[in-house]
Design a protein around this ligand. Structure first.
Ligand code: GTP
Ligand code: MG
Length: 178
């Protein structure tokens, strides 16, 4: 490999972060992008944005535009607008609240009905990873089954557990699809 590549390839990807209220979407993004965490809860209004720049390889830079969508937006009319041109999504639930796991299939259905990959990429459903968040609060015995078609990562924004790995896995999927 040439350590001084003359031509740098750059990619920009829009990634959605969705899931029910208070599951930890904003916390996961803040941990991933700024490596910070707070136990204070400030519910997201509408949508927030964050940018993560990754040196994927010596000659490849990837910019992830993260769309942090408020949990309450599942009941609003804006998700179609927010989902537009996204190429992947993270769906987050809270392992301490089973209702947020039940909502995962609703988020996935909402997603698949409103966005798909560009035709040039085959036009199929966008890749999705399920994040089982707040594992730092979970007792060992309680686990949940995965909905089909999703790879699951057990995460903690608090303990910084598995978030980088999940993002890397998702990015590998995207790069393979493109
Ligand atoms: P909305 O914006 O309302 O949809 O919520 P959200 O999904 O963005 O949740 P947010 O990141 O704001 O987190 C909600 C609460 O859970 C906050 O008090 C966080 O500190 C807490 N939290 C998030 N992730 C974790 C985690 O991994 N472990 C623990 N113990 N608390 C967490
Ligand atoms: Mg939020």
């Amino acid at each position: 490999d040439n350590p001084y590549p003359t031509e740098i390839r750059e990619y920009l990807y829009k990634i959605l972060v969705i899931g029910d209220l208070g599951t930890g979407k904003t916390s996961i993004i803040k941990r991933y992008v700024h490596n910070i965490f707070s136990l204070n809860y400030k519910s997201t209004i509408g949508v927030d944005f964050a940018l993560k720049v990754i040196q994927w390889s010596p000659d490849t830079v990837v910019r992830l535009q993260l769309w942090d969508i408020a949990g309450q937006e599942r009941f609003g009319n804006m998700t179609r607008v927010y989902y537009k041109e996204a190429v992947a999504a993270l769906v987050v639930y809270d392992v301490t609240r089973p209702k947020t796991f039940e909502a995962v299939t609703k988020w996935k259905a909402d997603l698949d009905s409103k966005v798909s990959l560009p035709q040039a990429w085959g036009g199929g459903p966008i890749p999705v990873i399920l994040l089982a968040n707040k594992t730092d609060l979970q007792d060992e015995a309680s686990t949940s089954l995965d909905p089909a078609e999703m790879e699951k990562f057990a995460t903690s924004a608090k303990d910084n557990n598995n978030i980088e790995d999940a993002a890397r896995f998702l990015l590998t999927e995207i790069m393979a699809t493109e």
